[in-house]
Ligand binder design. Structure first.
Ligand SMILES: Cc1cc2nc3c(=O)[nH]c(=O)nc-3n(C[C@H](O)[C@H](O)[C@H](O)COP(=O)(O)OP(=O)(O)OC[C@H]3O[C@@H](n4cnc5c(N)ncnc54)[C@H](O)[C@@H]3O)c2cc1C
Length: 352
């Protein structure tokens, strides 16, 4: 890589990834007077927050997740409770049965306009000059002899010199796609490589309708199926049922050219003939998203929030900040915000 001074841009902090964690870090640091640039691989912000008004990534936050609710409130994003009233549907080899009450949906909350509005609103506050889209980071190296206290970050033929670098992307993705300094402890690299990406292999299916007709039949829209392809189904309509939608999870191994027909048949079997004729079916296969998923084969969720993530690496200059690194709520949006908070504290408390 060419690190000649003329090509190197200087900034206090480079944030890698414009998911909710990276955006929250950038937002807090800029408010604290720190100069920041966010480098994002995709042509959009939000990472695993995607879709509006219907969520193709994260949908819910739960009571007690104070950071998410405070952020939504500050950004002026309204929330509403997940629809849960009515009975559940069970679809197993014995047939379709109505299960009285709804043991499937716990109490949860959703964002009006979808969870991606959190990312959109934070990005709008930051402004386009602070977020460089389509800038996948390829390498991080230690500073040169003239700037030993800095790290260098390389993306799209450009180099940045920064006092701090924030890895706001899943750890496994970071060590797989970004060439790291040789000084990074081997044990940490191995932990990162084996840390699963939360929901990285999930496939979310959203079916939209003119009305939430199941509610009139006394159904909650919640269902479990052992005959698939959708294993778990929930009502994902907007406030007051508009737009009307059901969503379900399936597995990438079940995807094939005829899956739409199978989904229609299944929904019709479980919710009646009207359900077999959705206005649209959208299939979001996260397992095929190269900027989200890593096919590591690891399911060691015990590595979430590992203590090594909570101490910045490389003399306090490299910070681990995705939801997978959070001590609490790891995997959730709340975890991404907790990790962001820890990162901001570490950076602002460290003397230059
Ligand atoms: C289907 C699904 C359902 C979910 N449901 C919920 C839910 O209901 N409630 C909940 O709380 N959580 C849920 N989650 C999890 C939630 O989405 C995540 O916890 C959260 O969005 C993670 O944010 P993050 O910023 O840590 O990571 P990400 O959102 O993954 O952000 C990482 C960013 O880094 C970028 N990037 C990757 N590689 C590079 C690179 N080399 N250079 C530059 N940029 C790079 C990516 O493009 C991405 O924008 C769900 C996730 C999925 C997929």
């Amino acid at each position: 890589m060419n690190t000649s001074a003329a090509n190197v841009l200087s900034v206090d902090v480079v944030v890698i990834g414009a998911g909710i964690s990276g955006l929250a870090v950038a937002d807090s640091l800029i408010r604290a007077g720190v100069s920041v640039i966010v480098l994002e691989a995709r042509s959009r912000v939000g990472g695993r927050l995607l879709g509006s008004p219907l969520d193709l990534g994260a949908s819910w936050f739960w009571d007690g997740e104070s950071r998410v609710s405070a952020l939504a409130q500050r950004l002026g994003i309204a929330t509403y409770p997940q629809y849960r009233a009515g009975d559940a549907v069970i679809d197993d080899p014995a047939g379709v049965q109505i299960y009285p009450g709804n043991p499937i949906d716990g109490a949860a909350n959703r964002f009006v306009g979808g969870s991606s509005t959190l990312a959109q609103a934070l990005a709008a506050e930051l402004g386009p000059e602070k977020i460089l889209l389509e800038h996948p980071v390829e390498e991080i190296s230690l500073g040169s002899a003239e700037s030993p206290d800095h790290l260098h970050v390389f993306a799209c033929g450009q180099a940045w010199q920064a006092q701090h670098v924030v890895l706001a992307l899943p750890p496994a993705l970071a060590v797989q796609n970004i060439q790291m300094p040789a000084e990074l402890p081997e044990q940490l690299v191995s932990i990162a490589a084996h840390t699963p990406v939360w929901m990285g292999d999930s496939v979310k299916v959203v079916a939209t309708y003119a009305t939430p007709f199941w509610r009139e039949q006394g159904l909650a829209g919640a269902a479990m199926s052992r005959r698939g392809p959708l294993q778990e189904i929930h009502d994902m309509s907007g406030p007051d049922g508009n737009p009307a939608a059901l969503f379900g999870f399936t597995r990438s191994a079940r995807l094939h050219s005829g899956i739409d027909t199978e989904i229609r048949e299944q929904l019709g079997r479980m919710f009646g003939s009207f359900a077999a004729e959705p206005i649209s079916i959208t299939i979001q296969d996260w397992s095929a998203e190269k900027w989200t998923n890593v096919h590591s084969g690891s399911d060691n969720y015990g590595l979430f929030g590992h203590p090594m993530y909570r101490t910045p690496s490389l003399d306090g200059r490299l910070h681990w900040s995705s939801t997978e690194t959070a001590a609490n709520y790891a995997g959730h949006i709340e975890g991404a915000l907790e990790a962001a908070e820890r990162t901001v504290t570490a950076i602002t408390r460290m003397p230059n």
